[in-house]
Design a protein around this ligand. Structure first.
Ligand SMILES: [Zn+2]
Length: 189
């Protein structure tokens, strides 16, 4: 039976070189039990507007898969809006508003919040070229937070790098969609 297995591997390798739409890859993955095609196909579909799916694409997706993708996209959009609408608070805001190194931490907090809304949120919510949330720390580094003390900005960047819980939620939604598609395609988790 080795020749059947080799033939399958050859066909899989050949198909991987072809530009096959993500929807068709999902269908083939289900049919031929190619689990490692599911993850990239789902991630591609989560980045693709539903309105750009052709009739051919829709023929490859059953209603359950379409529903999983649509719900995950809706959840991702809601989470992006939440991230935009709620600037992360400065690390010392709650317990020690006046930090040892900062003479005007209230000003830092105001500059941080204002800049988030005027620059970061606007980029996250941009309808055509939205900011990739995975690059948000580098994006914030490049912004001019005029009026905010440098140590406070560096403190905030460290917090964003280490406590990325709002951003982890986005990854959690993507992982949940992949798990749901695997189950719907009858793969074991
Ligand atoms: Zn400060």
């Amino acid at each position: 039976m080795w020749y059947i297995e080799d033939g399958f591997k050859f066909a899989k390798h050949w198909l991987e070189q072809c530009k096959i739409p993500a929807t068709e890859r999902l269908q083939l993955a289900t049919h031929y039990e190619i689990r490692d095609w599911v993850n990239p196909a789902v991630q591609e579909l989560l980045r693709t507007p539903l309105s750009s799916l052709s009739n051919g694409d829709l023929d490859h997706l059953n209603i359950r898969l379409y529903s999983i993708i649509a719900k995950a996209k809706e959840a991702l959009e809601k989470q992006r809006k939440l991230i935009a609408a709620c600037p992360p608070s400065l690390p010392k805001d709650d317990q020690d508003f006046q930090t040892a190194w900062c003479v005007s931490h209230a000003t830092c907090a105001k500059v941080w919040a204002d800049t988030w809304w005027k620059v970061v949120a606007r980029s996250i919510l941009h309808p055509i070229t939205p900011l990739d949330i995975n690059t948000i720390v580098d994006f914030v580094k490049r912004i001019d937070h005029k009026g905010m003390s440098l140590p406070c900005k560096e403190d905030m960047l460290r917090k964003l790098e280490t406590d990325g819980s709002p951003f982890n939620t986005l990854r959690g939604i993507e992982d949940g969609a992949i798990r749901s598609v695997l189950l719907a395609c009858e793969f074991t988790l």
